[in-house]
Design a binder for this molecule. Structure first.
Ligand SMILES: O=C(O)CCC(=O)C(=O)O
Ligand SMILES: [Fe+2]
Length: 334
């Protein structure tokens, strides 16, 4: 009898070398069965993904592609990040987030204070990431040809100051998005350096994209939790966890219902990744009133109202429509 971890390794080794080195760290028995699905639900038949890659995404909700973004491009993103941190460039609409563990008194204008940049769509240099043809080629396999870049991030996971505040709790990204359908949304996340368990790589629960959106809130962590880092209140702690160890330039594409998070950064370096959430321009907005997403809507509106010094009259979906950028095809709906 195979243990689940062994089975996953076997499946991964049947794929192209890209995913072969994913480390399966659990022996629990929740790994998906690898029978051929009757029809494809999560991927489109547009000859971008191989049959094996499609099957893998259908069953697991993510796919890792090796070496997709060049060293040159990553060096440029890094350079721009440093200029932003030093205050040398000012980008309209950019949100700069700081780790809870970094006391105000220690604030210096460099990357040590910054844990994340969000909404860099007005920065031509960083936004190049979202338009890279080799990324869009894969994105199209999930969204179809009309593609909007909806949400952008450069994550600079700081060394942990001993309070485990560098962790990102397990969550589903759909919690943050008032648009649907979920199956026409995908995240690309590119490692800007080698990421492994020491510096807090992504951790995913394979197959959880087949579930529903769960209730999210701030976890009850002793050291504190970063702003907007909501986590799922209850998920099965026995579920198989896969740690996505990646080299610089490797890119993982994942479904917005896939439960994921990232571990503590126990190194002295700042672990960097750049990421974009894409949606089909054919998606539509939903009203999140009365749903589990009401809490995040409220928080986002408060932040937007402060940022743009307006009453909290900015509707959740207006803020999204304003930030979204067409990167391929036609802007049909979003
Ligand atoms: O890069 C990470 O640590 C995970 C970030 C993430 O999942 C998110 O911000 O939604
Ligand atoms: Fe996430």
């Amino acid at each position: 009898m195979f243990r689940a971890a062994d089975r996953l390794r076997v499946v991964l080794n049947h794929l192209d070398p890209p995913t072969a080195h994913i480390v399966a760290s659990s022996t629990s028995a929740q790994i998906a069965s690898y029978s051929h699905p009757q029809s494809l639900r999560y991927t489109l038949d547009n000859d971008v993904l191989s049959p094996e890659q499609k099957l893998f995404y259908e069953e697991n909700g993510f796919i890792l592609i090796k070496n997709l973004v060049s060293e040159d491009d990553i060096a440029r993103f890094r350079g721009e990040f440093e200029r932003i941190c030093k205050g040398e460039v000012h980008i309209p609409g950019l949100v700069v987030m700081r780790d809870v563990a970094i006391a105000k008194s220690e604030f210096v204008k460099d990357q040590k204070a910054v844990s994340k940049l969000q909404d860099f769509q007005e920065d031509p240099e960083l936004f190049r990431y979202c338009s890279l043809p080799q990324i869009l080629k894969y994105v199209e396999a999930f969204t179809g040809p009309n593609i909007m870049a909806m949400h952008t991030m450069l994550i600079n996971k700081p060394p942990d100051a001993g309070k485990k505040t560098s962790r990102h709790p397990m969550h589903q990204d759909l919690h943050y998005f008032p648009f649907r359908p979920a199956d026409k949304i995908v995240c690309s996340w590119t490692a800007m350096e080698k990421v492994d368990r020491r510096n807090g790589c992504l951790v995913v629960l394979p197959g959880t994209h087949k579930g529903t959106l769960k209730e999210h809130d701030y976890p009850d962590w002793e050291g504190g939790v970063n702003k907007m880092y909501h986590g799922i209140r209850d998920y099965d702690p026995q579920h198989l966890r896969v740690h996505l160890e990646m080299e610089k330039g490797d890119t993982v594409f994942f479904h917005p219902l896939l439960i994921h998070g990232s571990g503590m950064n126990s190194t002295q370096g700042f672990r960097k990744a750049i990421s974009c959430h894409y949606a089909s321009a054919d998606c539509y907005y939903i009203d999140v009133k009365g749903t589990t997403q009401e809490n995040i809507e409220k928080e986002v509106q408060e932040i937007a109202a402060r940022k743009y010094a307006m009453e909290d009259s900015i509707k959740f979906q207006d803020a999204w429509a304003f930030r979204g950028r067409l990167v391929h095809g036609e802007r049909t709906s979003l």
